[in-house]
Design a protein around this ligand. Structure first.
Ligand code: KE4
Length: 433
């Protein structure tokens, strides 16, 4: 593997320079390549399906900035919208009609959302949704699921306690145990565990937060009845059902996973795609819950740059394309073509491998297991094989997520040629594995 790891001396030098004043040389940990080894690639620009690194090398990109670039990079309509917004001023700290327009759009596309508030990241959105669930119910306990990631707020950096239905333990230093103990973490897709948790703590549970399709432990789809059980239990015990659609919103379907699986949450958190690449998050849902948010109610939340005009106008412009008929059927068909090609290539080379898809989101698994529906299944996959595949593809100009515990993203800009190229490169890499 080491022969794959080093990139150009220039990239090595840039990483050394970055590491002088930036922790780990990156502004978000996953970018440091710790999950795959080697030095991160420094990107200079991007266009359509492609990234271009500082050496001018082109990569077909399946990370898409972790989801936002569903139209492809530097889409001319988006760039024009941002340029036009910029000349009108970058931020006013006062209401603009663009915020109303985007809020109206989101509420129309996701009918479970009656009121929506913009933030600057998915983390802010989920952090506030948790606070809102607690403020609305007057309860403290939150339920989340192993392997799901909802951003880095304290209540959500919690893993399962020693016993399953016990108080959570921090997954990060700096999160007080007193804080983590209000979060119970259950196995994803474990319907009985959800029922047992509510039977034991029901009256204390402020809310449940779940990735409706998990994309932060690699891709894991909900089994039949999982999301429905959370909905039923929240109804029975008057807890708030929060669906974290930061990654799945406008990705697995226009209406998100809640449309894809026909489940109605009380609150939805959003991010990534709604800003078209600019910093945006959002949380929204039932009016009676959202009316607890300041300035209407006593749950405080704020943000200097929330709803800023550049991000709003980029998002509004992007939805013009997303709402075109067949956008998602075409995106899914494109991804299906890719995954079928990768599967055939792996089978030909005799590599234990399979894939899963949810709209424009995908997972690649190096395993001979035939089912992936839990974090335990993911932990049994062959990480070393993934690392070899990752570097083999990167060297051949295909950019995958630098971790076996991340999902993959395709865009409308990926052409048939890009997909065939990806499959051809995979054939070469599988052959040397
Ligand atoms: C379901 C879900 N909920 C919340 C978040 C946090 O959003 P941000 O605070 O990173 O905007 C995320 C962020 N996803 C990661 C990808 N694994 C972002 C990449 C990164 O951390 O750099 C998410 O996937």
């Amino acid at each position: 593997l080491s022969r794959f790891m080093s990139l150009s001396p220039k990239q090595e030098q840039l990483f050394k320079q970055a590491s002088k004043h930036i922790p780990g040389g990156v502004n978000s940990p996953v970018r440091a390549f710790n999950g795959v080894g080697g030095t991160p690639v420094f990107i200079e620009k991007a266009k359509g399906a492609y990234l271009y690194d500082v050496d001018g090398k082109r990569y077909v990109d399946y990370v898409g900035s972790w989801g936002p670039m569903i139209l492809g990079h530097a889409h001319p309509d988006i760039i024009q919208a941002v340029q036009e917004a910029a000349v009108d001023g970058l931020s006013f700290g006062a209401p603009t009609v663009h915020e109303t327009t985007l809020a109206d759009l989101i509420c129309e596309i996701m009918p479970s959302i009656e009121l929506v508030r913009m933030t600057n990241s998915g983390t802010e959105a989920t952090m506030t949704a948790i606070r809102l669930a607690r403020g609305y119910t007057g309860r403290d306990m939150i339920v989340k699921f192993e392997g799901c990631y909802h951003g880095h707020s304290d209540s959500l950096l919690v893993k399962a306690g020693s016993g399953m239905l016990t108080m959570g333990e921090p997954t990060s230093k700096g999160v007080p145990a007193d804080f983590a103990k209000h979060t119970v973490t259950l196995p994803y897709n474990d319907i009985e565990a959800v029922k047992a948790c509510f039977a034991k703590y029901g009256q204390e549970i402020a809310g449940v937060i779940v990735e409706p399709v998990a994309g932060n432990m690699n891709l894991v789809k909900p089994i039949k009845g999982f999301l429905e059980t959370i909905r039923e239990q929240c109804d029975q015990y008057k807890s708030v059902f929060i669906i974290d659609e930061v990654m799945t919103g406008f990705r697995v379907a226009l209406g998100g996973a809640q449309a894809y699986y026909n489940v109605k949450p009380d609150l939805t958190t959003l991010g990534k795609i709604i800003g078209a690449g600019l910093p945006v998050g959002a949380f929204g849902g039932k009016r009676e819950i959202m009316e607890c948010i300041a300035p209407l109610g006593g749950v405080y939340q704020a943000g200097t740059l929330s709803g800023n005009p550049l991000a709003m106008r980029a998002g509004i412009k992007m939805f013009e394309t997303l709402r075109q008929p067949n956008f998602y059927t075409d995106l899914s068909a494109k991804l299906d073509q890719l995954l079928q090609g990768l599967q055939a290539a792996a089978d030909e080379a005799g590599i234990p491998f399979f894939t899963q898809q949810a709209g424009g989101l995908f997972g690649l698994y190096f395993t001979d297991q035939t089912e992936i529906s839990s974090f335990d299944h993911i932990l049994k996959c062959d990480i070393e094989a993934f690392r070899k595949f990752f570097h083999g593809m990167l060297n051949r100009g295909v950019n995958l997520a630098p971790s076996a515990f991340e999902a993959g993203f395709i865009s409308a800009a990926h052409s048939d040629e890009d997909i065939q190229f990806t499959i051809d490169m995979a054939k070469q890499v599988f052959a040397e594995m």
